[in-house]
Each structure stands twice: as structure tokens, then as C-alpha cells.
Ligand binder design. Structure first.
Ligand SMILES: NC(=O)c1ccc[n+]([C@@H]2O[C@H](COP(=O)([O-])OP(=O)(O)OC[C@H]3O[C@@H](n4cnc5c(N)ncnc54)[C@H](OP(=O)(O)O)[C@@H]3O)[C@@H](O)[C@H]2O)c1
Length: 271
């Protein structure tokens, strides 16, 4: 089977996950792009209870469940103990599976004690409904508190915004996660498609350098933008595409590396 997508360890678990996964927020592509992505090694699919795409993901993984690492999320408005358990039941039902590989708190909610939420997450692991626990949109401090509230299980990932145009996590969260072996699952890695199309107006200097490096490497803009993200230790990306061709293109953002000089040029151009 053709598999251009390289893998990285999920947190400190030793479990290998692809550095390019498949996001399905606002996804309308049906089962084909997801199946093709999995075939090419992008065997992590990321959904959420609020996306209303758990059913199509369930259809896509029918018969190939053992080849896919499935991630979903509990909404930040369902973080009371009973609500988390109910939300997990509903997600497993929609996905048509008994155990989800990664269950993530979609966003923090300061009106619910994090100890209560994490107690529910631990219960789900004990019940074997969840393999690994992750969070999303957590700051460094929120991540520290969440881990302190979960003494017997590691928080293996934090899913956050990261792309060439949005590099806020480089200040504090990314170094913290690299030091503590927490995988960063970078969402919106193509800046919602803006990094994948030639543009005369937006952030011209950065886009000009991106285009130049794409020409040099015989890759597309999207491939260079995604490869820049995954060149960082502990970072994987989950681009979304409704199309088989663009899913193939995105998978081929892995299996090679930008040179240190190309990375430096991009870092400077998008500073
Ligand atoms: N945890 C959170 O709070 C959170 C928030 C946002 C997103 N996410 C996750 O991250 C995933 C990805 O983020 P995103 O959907 O916001 O943005 P994205 O992946 O950066 O961009 C998606 C857009 O780019 C287009 N696109 C994809 N590949 C392309 C290519 N090779 N060339 C040109 N255009 C391309 C897509 O169009 P087509 O579909 O037409 O190809 C779509 O319009 C989501 O699906 C979701 O799973 C999580």
C-alpha cells in the first residue's frame, strides 16, 4: 500500500500516529476522500460532537476501523461529569464504535471545575470507551491544571490553531508541549485555504516566499505550508478537504523535509 505519510509518537505513549491527519469540520466530501487519505497513511481522523460529521466518519471507517486512529471531542458546554459521559456515549453511537482512540475536551470552560471534567474522562478510560485523553484550545496554564487534575493518565495532546499566519503558540505553549511530550495537533494548518492559493493582496512578503519555495521544491503551496508545520517536533496537522485530489496533495506534504535554510526563510517571511 502506498504510504507517503510519516508518523510521530502520540505524546509519550509510544503509539505512532501520522503527521498528516484528516480534519472534518464543515466536511461535505462523503466517504471517498477519507478512505483515500487513510490509504495514503493519513490514518488519523479528527471530528467532534459539534461538527455533526461523526456519522460520515463512522461510515468511512466501516471495515477498516483497525487501520484508523479516531479522535473526537466533547463540547466545552458539556463538561459536567454526567454530561461528559452522556456526550461520549452519543459520539460512540454516531461513530458506530465501542472505543474511541482519542477523546478531547473541545475548549476549556471556567464555570466547571476541571477536576470534575477530568474525573469523567478517567471514568471513560476505565470503562474502555476511550483510549487516550486530550484537550483542545487550552493555554499552557489550563493544560498544567488539567494534567494536575488527572493524576493517573497522561494528557497526550492539545489541539490548537497553528499555521504560518498564526504562530502565537511558539511563545510558550509549543515549547512547553515539546518539553512535556504533549502532541500539538495543529488545526486550520492551511489558514482555511488562504495558504494554499496564490494571493496578490494578503501578507504579500510571506506568500511570495512560500511561492518561491514551492517552485524550488516542486511542491504546492499547501504542501510547503503543511510541511513547515510538521517540521516542528511534536506537531502534527489535520487539514480538511472535501476533495480526493486535494486530500492526496495534502498527504504528499509528508515523506520529505524542507531544508533548514528554507524553514528559516519562511520563519522570517511570516514573522
Ligand atoms: N479544535 C478546534 O477548536 C478546531 C477549530 C477549527 C478546526 N479544527 C479542526 O481542524 C481541521 C482543519 O481546519 P480547518 O478546516 O479550519 O482549515 P484548513 O484545513 O486550514 O483549511 C480548510 C480549507 O482549505 C481548503 N483546502 C484543503 N486542502 C487544500 C489544498 N491542497 N489546496 C487548496 N485548498 C485546500 C479546503 O477546501 P476543500 O474542502 O474544498 O478542499 C477548505 O476550504 C478541521 O476540519 C477540524 O477537524 C479544530
Amino acid at each position: 500500500m502506498e504510504s507517503p505519510v510519516q508518523q510521530k509518537s502520540l505524546g509519550n505513549t509510544g503509539v505512532m500516529i501520522p503527521e498528516i491527519g484528516l480534519g472534518v469540520w464543515k466536511y461535505r466530501g462523503g466517504v471517498e476522500p477519507l478512505r483515500r487519505g487513510v490509504e495514503l497513511g493519513a490514518c488519523l481522523i479528527d471530528t467532534a460532537e459539534i461538527y455533526r460529521t461523526e456519522d460520515v466518519v463512522g461510515q468511512a471507517v466501516k471495515g477498516i476501523r483497525d487501520q484508523v486512529f479516531l479522535a473526537t471531542k466533547v463540547s466545552g458546554s458539556h463538561l459536567r461529569y454526567d454530561d461528559v459521559l452522556r456526550a461520549a456515549d452519543a459520539s460512540l453511537h454516531e461513530l458506530g464504535i465501542a472505543t474511541v482512540d482519542l477523546y478531547q475536551v473541545h475548549w476549556p470552560n471556567s464555570s466547571v471545575p476541571i477536576t470534575e471534567t477530568m474525573r469523567a474522562m478517567a471514568t471513560l478510560v476505565d470503562r474502555k470507551q476511550v483510549k487516550y485523553i486530550g484537550v483542545s484550545n487550552f493555554s499552557t496554564q489550563e493544560l498544567r491544571r488539567a494534567q494536575a487534575a488527572l493524576p493517573n493518565h497522561p494528557i497526550v495532546s492539545n489541539q490548537v490553531l497553528y499555521n504560518l499566519n498564526d504562530r502565537e503558540i511558539e511563545r510558550e505553549l509549543l515549547p512547553y508541549c515539546q518539553q512535556h511530550d504533549v502532541t500539538i495537533i495543529a488545526y486550520t494548518p492551511l489558514d482555511d485555504g488562504r495558504l494554499a492559493v496564490k494571493s496578490r493582496w494578503r501578507r504579500r512578503q510571506g506568500m511570495a516566499v512560500l511561492e518561491e519555495i514551492a517552485t524550488q521544491t516542486h511542491k504546492t503551496l499547501a504542501q510547503v505550508a503543511l510541511n513547515w508545520c510538521v517540521s516542528q517536533p511534536n506537531v502534527i496537522v489535520i487539514p480538511k478537504s472535501d476533495s480526493v485530489a486535494r486530500t492526496e496533495e495534502n498527504c504528499r506534504a509528508s515523506g520529505w523535509r524542507l531544508t533548514p535554510a528554507q524553514l528559516a526563510l519562511l520563519n522570517e517571511a511570516f514573522a
